[in-house]
Design a protein around this ligand. Structure first.
Ligand code: ADP
Ligand code: MG
Length: 331
């Protein structure tokens, strides 16, 4: 998949994705028509309370869903190709790692404890960049340098347990870069890091975006992180998309009642989504979720129609999408 996508053009387009999980207790209606577009060169934040479908959306993109998942409709277009149509082998050889890579919450689980980090990065380079072993060893050092790890020669000989959390996180990014992927999906990657290491990590991501036109789908709970690094933000609720807007618009003028609740509920500098309590009620269980707009039981603006029919995303101004019948009443 050598095809190039120009900066600002869609790289990943998830369209009307419907997905459920079959469980003993019943069917979990996890995603109810998710629409999400990540453009080339942008950092796209995906936010919402625990259980709203953020991880499921990203795992679906990589073809890494649990066995009990059923896709009921929609498409996941990457460079125009529907990933849902690809076979596991095609995803493994053609997509995961070399086009789309993912970093998870805990970097230790992604690094192999029995190899030094130089060897692990070299493996990726040998797979995706060159078959020449000498050249690969040289590239290891430049990959470590790229993520601003001091003294690459020394670091390359270290085992994961010899590195701090922040350093491991950077080694992960270096491995990801070695694959030369175009899209990075980061699922709450800083949750396990302390604040100063998190700041360094965000800086590295930002620089990579600017230098290498990397696209990032950044899943987080942390509103401060969102305002720090995201260009565009999508707010999810109960397996539905509530709103998508550029970060300034969303923070200044959230139009979906749920987005408004999220942004105004945490006093002062917004911290974690899990801290807020001013929206009454709790996240619905997704076995028999609320009908229509799933937020309606908690929404102060809700009327009859909200229970009856799910509101579609509407473009209320350029690149600003809201799924609410009454967004004009939200101030
Ligand atoms: N394998 C599974 N079986 C049943 N339900 C699942 C499974 N994986 C995820 N879910 C459900 O899907 C919903 C979305 O989960 P998830 O994407 O992990 O939420 P988030 O990442 O936003 O916290 C939740 O209700 C969760 O319980
Ligand atoms: Mg999650």
């Amino acid at each position: 998949m050598a095809e190039k996508v120009a900066v600002g053009e869609p790289l990943l387009e998830i369209k009307d994705l419907k997905l459920e999980f079959i469980t003993e207790e019943g069917t979990v209606e996890a995603l109810d028509g998710v629409n999400l577009t990540v453009k080339k060169g942008e950092i796209h934040g995906l936010i919402g309370e625990t259980g709203c479908g953020k991880s499921v959306t990203s795992l679906a993109t990589l073809g890494l869903l649990d066995n009990n998942a059923r896709v009921r409709g929609g498409e996941i277009l990457y460079k125009g190709i529907d990933l849902l149509e690809l076979k596991e082998e095609e995803l493994r050889k053609g997509i995961r790692g070399n086009e789309i890579s993912m970093i998870f919450q805990n970097p230790s689980t992604s690094l192999n404890p029995v190899y030094d980090v130089g060897n692990q990065i070299r493996e990726s380079i040998l797979l995706y960049q060159t078959k020449d072993k000498k050249e690969a060893s040289r590239l290891v050092l430049s990959e470590l340098d790229r993520v601003k790890l001091p003294d690459p020669e020394d670091i390359s000989t270290k085992f994961p347990h010899e590195l701090s959390g922040g350093m491991k996180q950077r080694v992960m990014i270096a491995m990801m870069l070695a694959c030369q992927s175009n899209l990075l999906i980061a699922d709450e990657p800083t949750t396990a890091l302390d604040v100063s290491i998190q700041a360094q990590f965000l800086k590295v991501l930002k620089e990579l975006k600017e230098r290498e036109e990397l696209s990032i789908l950044y899943i987080t709970h942390d509103m401060a992180v969102v305002s720090e690094i995201c260009d565009v933000v999508t707010v999810m609720y109960g397996g539905q998309i509530a709103e998508t807007a550029d970060v300034h618009t969303l923070f200044k003028n959230p139009s979906h009642p749920y987005a408004k609740g999220l942004i105004y509920s945490v006093p002062g500098v917004m911290q974690s989504i899990d801290d807020f309590e001013t929206i009454p009620g709790t996240v619905p269980r997704l076995i028999s979720p609320p009908s229509g707009c799933r937020f309606h039981p908690r929404c102060e603006y809700a009327k009859k129609i909200c229970q009856k029919k799910k509101p579609e995303l509407e473009e209320i101004e350029k690149d600003h999408y809201v799924a609410c019948y009454f967004w004009e009443e939200v101030e």
